[in-house]
Design a protein around this ligand. Structure first.
Ligand code: DGP
Ligand code: NA
Ligand code: NA
Length: 189
């Protein structure tokens, strides 16, 4: 099996983390696979992003946008070398989150996409769509900066604009197991 670059995107509270873990487990039956997560809050850049998300620091919209992009770029050699050595990657958020969350603030979508041009392109994008009702049942949105209903609505509408033919748009309101089955079907594994 050729290594695949699979991006999992979604709104906050869509169950992305659990689905990424289940998917990695499933794919590992047929070959090497690893999970990556962005933002990677462990790097120097990632620590600045983490402080921003927790409102411990403030940055203008353009500056934080470029830091999120830099956080992906600083991983590019690692991503490429893993793919080249045959390791399938499941990536919890990537460039689409970068564009959607910043454009939802009112920044120009084209401008938002630009810093990520040249990063690896996905074989498949899994988008986990969650309704407002279910997101609320899952404990509502937390304390982080973007976890607000009105903002999530805008983010969702930008994701719809970004959608391409290699996207699987999956209703993540259902049980963890059902959503997992849909993801597996969409990937044809
Ligand atoms: P997570 O760790 O997946 O819960 O993501 C943290 C928050 O940051 C979440 O609200 C989504 C947002 N986010 C993720 N990637 C980006 C990005 O590249 N740019 C912006 N502006 N926000 C992002
Ligand atoms: Na979050
Ligand atoms: Na998450």
């Amino acid at each position: 099996m050729k290594a695949k670059f699979i991006i999992v995107e979604g709104l906050d509270r869509a169950g992305k983390s659990s689905q990424c873990e289940l998917l990695v487990k499933e794919l590992s039956k047929s070959g090497p696979v690893e999970l990556l997560k962005f933002p990677d809050r462990t790097t120097a850049v990632g620590k600045m992003i983490d402080a921003y998300l927790q409102s411990k620091s403030d940055l203008n919209d353009q500056a934080i946008h470029l830091l999120f992009s830099a956080n992906r770029w600083e991983a590019v050699e690692d991503i490429k070398s893993k793919l080249n050595s045959g390791v399938t990657l499941v990536v919890d958020r990537f460039s689409y989150s970068g564009a959607a969350f910043s454009a939802a603030k009112g920044l120009d979508l084209g401008w938002c996409k630009h810093p990520d041009v040249g990063l690896p392109e996905p074989d498949k994008v899994i988008f986990l769509d969650v309704s407002e009702e279910v997101a609320m049942q899952r404990g509502g949105y937390g304390n982080e900066r973007y976890e607000k209903l009105e903002f999530q609505r805008k983010v969702r509408s930008i994701f719809q604009q970004l959608r391409e033919p290699n996207w699987a748009w999956i209703n993540a309101d259902e049980s963890v197991e059902n959503v997992h089955q849909r993801i597996v079907q969409a990937l044809g594994v």
